[in-house]
Design a protein around this ligand. Sequence first.
Ligand code: GDP
Ligand code: CA
Length: 343
Amino acid sequence: MADVAMGAGKENIENKNGAALFPRVLALAGGVGGARMAAGLQAVLPPGALTVLVNTGDDFEHWGLAVSPDLDTVLYNLADVHNPVMGWGRRDESFATIEALSALGGEDWFRIGDRDLALHLRRNEWLRQGHTLTEVTDRLRRSFGVAGPILPMADEPVRTLVHTDEGDLPFQHYFVRRRCEPVVFDITFVGAAEAHVTSAARHAIHAADLIVICPSNPYLSVDPILAIPHMRRHLLECKAPVVAVSPIVGGRALKGPAAKMMREMGQMPSPLTIIDYFADLLDGFVLDEEDAVLAEAAGLPLLVTNTIMATPAVRAALGQSVLDFGMALRAPLPLPAPAPTGK
Ligand code: GDP
Ligand code: CA
């Protein structure tokens, strides 16, 4: 499968000459915040116009299975089968397997529901047959009826390692087992240097009319994507404007340890820190209205709006305003050559 990024939906977004009829949007995402933003964009774009490039630094092996938490959170949100209360896994889920497994002395600190397990079995079967994670993810999103591609940041394994006051912790041990309590000094993405930007990701970046860095944890969700060699260069060289939506609102993270980690690493938990962090990549930034007082200090084009995606309606409204804001940042088309004067 050479061209995953050009997958289902192509016919909806190109005319006969291959020119785009609708904007193509690429969203960079981690788990919950990213998945919500992606769902908001999907809601206002034609089918197939959205591609999501997803962090796989949280991936690990559990029960002998390859687990990709952020890919699944994005997939379940775009397929609208997600559990909005937990933030992970599916709605209408049962947990008979993990309960039976726990009774047999199996590991039960990372919960995988029964229906969720079915997806894991399918993914692992295909991976064992030799398909890449990109191909497997594409099969899964088609099975769930998601029109636009969902792309892992790389096909090679990349593992986030969190350096803490309790020693070096693999990501899920820090995040789930230790509930983000250890103090974070630094983070490494093991395997990133040997990983490659996939051809699907490269195509999606260069075909995009707009790139949105979703409100995901900058250190744990966006950095691993940017750590893939040449990923930054592709993002800097592409024609599309890049806009980020702030994952920090009113000095806090809406979920997870982003603000705590910022303090631990000597940074202010502020949208301004996020702007500095992504600096050269950004053409625009989306600030929550709660942080409107920071607008003057931002130093780049801003959209100030409600970014707290509590309901599908807010998600879609944010999707539409991010789209309008980002598309307005595109370089103006060159003026047509002046008509010959006849001299
Ligand atoms: P995880 O992989 O599930 O931990 O999630 P992410 O990497 O996507 O990131 C968690 C970040 O998403 C936190 O900084 C949250 O503040 C942010 N976030 C989650 N939901 C929202 C939302 O509705 N709006 C905004 N602006 N940020 C959000
Ligand atoms: Ca995650």
